[in-house]
Ligand binder design. Structure first.
Ligand code: AHM
Ligand code: MG
Length: 336
């Protein structure tokens, strides 16, 4: 049974509140709201195969992709939870064309944080019972509290993130997050509806032997990426590496963080900026990676230093064990 040493996420949030530099309890309440929404989404994801909820909802999101019903549902659940509790002044979501302002022009509401979220990443995997995830990213607004939240509050470089995390709805459901002081993972006990600290102080090993990339696109990749993939496959030293690609960023990242590996979504001759979104996917994962001894680049630049120009901006993304990312960088640099 669960003894004293099994700390719950609730306990962890309270204990760590005072160590956070702007500690006013606001961020703790915000993480609590995400924890609650995660449980609700988890419940929906888990019963996805049972009820007639699958399939395209008929809508197309701003990226021109079919939205599935669970994307819409997860989006609504996170937005409603954050709205109802009035703990943020704005939300931007991968599923929304524009950002949402929450009473931010009301002087009574002095909330400082904005949340950016990919409510259900990898949702094309739901139909086939493969794990999906939620990714979130939190910033302090830069415009004054009590005035309408602005686009610039959302277009901050990733190095300004206050917190970021993901929920992986896998064989177990886990919530993994950082507030800039390391990364901790909590596993949901579905019988009790409680997250327990199961993975304290998560770290990418310096080296890894897994590479994750959609190799079907190989022909379209830049030469540096092609060469690195060939390097991974070479029979030399500790290679060839293992290829593992779920096609669900959160799950691929989670496995690589635990075992050591690199995830790549490069730009290609058919998609100039790659596929992944800087604000909803790359920045939060990059923040987590760096907090966990890993590294994240978008080619030549550190992901967290990119200054965003639009909400739905895409960037090439390479993230994982330090030495693997450095090795990839060497190959990319050959073709500067
Ligand atoms: P989504 O936000 O539309 O779900 O797309 C993001 C997902 C990632 O989770 C995954 O790593 C990638 O797209 C897979 O793309 P591809 O099928 O092109 O390999
Ligand atoms: Mg996504």
């Amino acid at each position: 049974m669960l003894g004293k040493k099994h700390k719950t996420l609730g306990e962890f949030i309270i204990e760590n509140q005072s160590s956070f530099q702007y500690s006013s309890g606001e961020l703790s309440r915000l993480i609590n709201a995400i924890r609650l929404a995660a449980k609700v989404v988890n419940h929906e994801v888990n019963k996805a195969g049972l009820i007639d909820i699958l399939g395209a909802a008929g809508d197309t999101n701003i990226q021109g992709e079919d939205q599935q019903k669970l994307d819409v549902l997860a989006n609504d659940i996170f937005i409603q939870t954050l709205k109802n509790r009035e703990i943020v002044c704005g939300i931007a979501s991968e599923e929304e064309d524009d950002f949402i302002s929450i009473n931010s022009n009301d002087e009574k509401h002095q909330n400082k944080y904005v949340v950016l979220i990919d409510p259900l990443d990898g949702s094309s995997n739901i139909d086939v019972n493969v794990s999906v995830g939620t990714i979130f990213s939190i910033y302090r607004r830069i415009t004054p509290a009590g005035t309408p939240v602005q686009l610039e509050d959302f277009l901050q470089p990733g190095n300004k993130q206050v917190a970021a995390g993901y929920i992986v709805y896998g064989t177990s459901t886990m919530l993994v997050y950082t507030t800039g002081d390391g990364v901790n993972g909590f596993t949901l006990n579905p019988a009790l509806g409680t997250f327990y600290l199961s993975h304290p102080d998560m770290k990418f090993p310096d080296n890894g032997k897994i590479y994750s990339v959609n190799e079907g696109n190989y022909v379209h990749f830049l030469q540096g990426v092609k060469d690195y993939i060939k390097y991974c496959q070479e029979e030399k030293e500790d290679r060839p590496y293992t290829s593992r690609y779920i096609g669900s960023l959160v799950s691929d990242f989670h496995r690589n963080m635990i075992k050591g590996g690199i995830y790549m979504y490069p730009k290609s001759s058919v998609s100039e900026s790659g596929k992944l979104r800087l604000l909803y996917e790359c920045n939060p994962m990059a923040f987590i990676a760096e907090q966990a001894n890993g590294k994240a680049i978008g080619g030549r630049t550190r992901i967290l230093d990119i200054v965003p120009t639009e909400l739905h901006q895409r960037v090439p993304f390479f993230v994982g064990s330090k030495n693997m990312v450095d090795k990839l960088q060497e190959f990319l640099d050959k073709y500067k």
